[in-house]
Design a protein around this ligand. Structure first.
Ligand code: ATP
Length: 233
């Protein structure tokens, strides 16, 4: 569904991604793990059209999308949940959700909102509250809900566990599993490598801008290199 080939991205001459290759098959949950600064966010931002690659190809459902503006890519069904949630703190939960459906018809937005509030009953309870007053876990749910309002076919999620208590992280991952079970293809980046590998089908390990390892998550979790570098074993 998504194919990244030989992707190079630089910030003012600093090479952040070097020849990255990655594939996300339809219906899969693919994880990307790696240390701080390895280039994980850069990769998602480049796929989403927020950064222009220096070289390489990004194909979504068979069409080249590199160089297209971010809003066009989102409209085509490839949506990013950014690191740090980035919801609108001065808008209510309901308004935040509506922003996610900006490219959809009113009827479609109403239907999507019903589904999102079913998936996240907590957001229903808080729907008239300002986004900025929610807890970290609720904000992550809102960021996911807002992205779902755009009716994505592939959802990319940047560090959903960031800054959340362990119990809340489990709730967020439970929500991700339900979203995936509903048929959505997911590409997830996550510092918590164990959680990412336990919850994905296939995974890639990014090290200083290059893919160092890849394979079924089940095998990577047993791989001595992964265990030593990322699982503290
Ligand atoms: P983290 O988990 O800390 O977000 P990451 O794996 O997502 O790490 P990136 O944020 O993609 O890593 O950063 C990759 C490299 O690019 C790092 O060396 C980082 O310092 C650099 N970098 C990221 N954003 C910028 C920027 N806007 N300008 C210059 N350099 C940047």
């Amino acid at each position: 569904m998504l194919k990244v080939d030989n992707l190079h991205v630089a910030y003012d001459g600093i090479q952040a991604l070097r020849g990255v290759r990655l594939e996300v098959p339809r219906g899969s949950l693919v994880a990307l793990i790696g240390a701080n600064g390895a280039g994980k966010s850069t990769l998602l931002r480049a796929i989403a059209g927020l950064l222009q690659p220096r070289a390489g190809r990004i194909e979504f459902e068979g069409r080249a999308i590199q160089g297209r503006p971010a809003h066009r890519i989102a409209r085509e069904g490839l949506v990013l949940v950014p690191e740090g949630r980035r919801m609108f703190p001065n808008l209510t939960v309901e308004e935040n959700l509506k922003m996610g459906g900006f490219a959809r018809s009113e009827a479609d937005v109403r239907r999507a909102e019903v589904e999102v509030l079913e998936l996240f009953p907590r957001l229903r309870e808080r729907r008239r509250q300002l986004g900025g007053t929610l807890s970290g876990g609720e904000q992550q749910m809102l960021a996911l809900g807002r992205a779902l309002m755009a009716r994505p076919r592939l959802l990319m999620i940047d560090e959903p566990s960031l800054g959340l208590a362990p119990k809340i992280v489990l709730q967020v991952f439970d929500a991700l599993r339900r979203i995936h079970a509903g048929g959505l293809t997911l590409l997830l980046i996550e510092q918590n490598a164990r959680l990412a590998l336990q919850n994905s089908d296939h995974a890639y390990v990014l090290e200083t801008g290059e893919i160092a390892l890849e394979g079924p998550s089940r095998s990577l979790i047993e791989d001595p290199r992964v265990r030593e570098a990322y699982l503290g074993a």
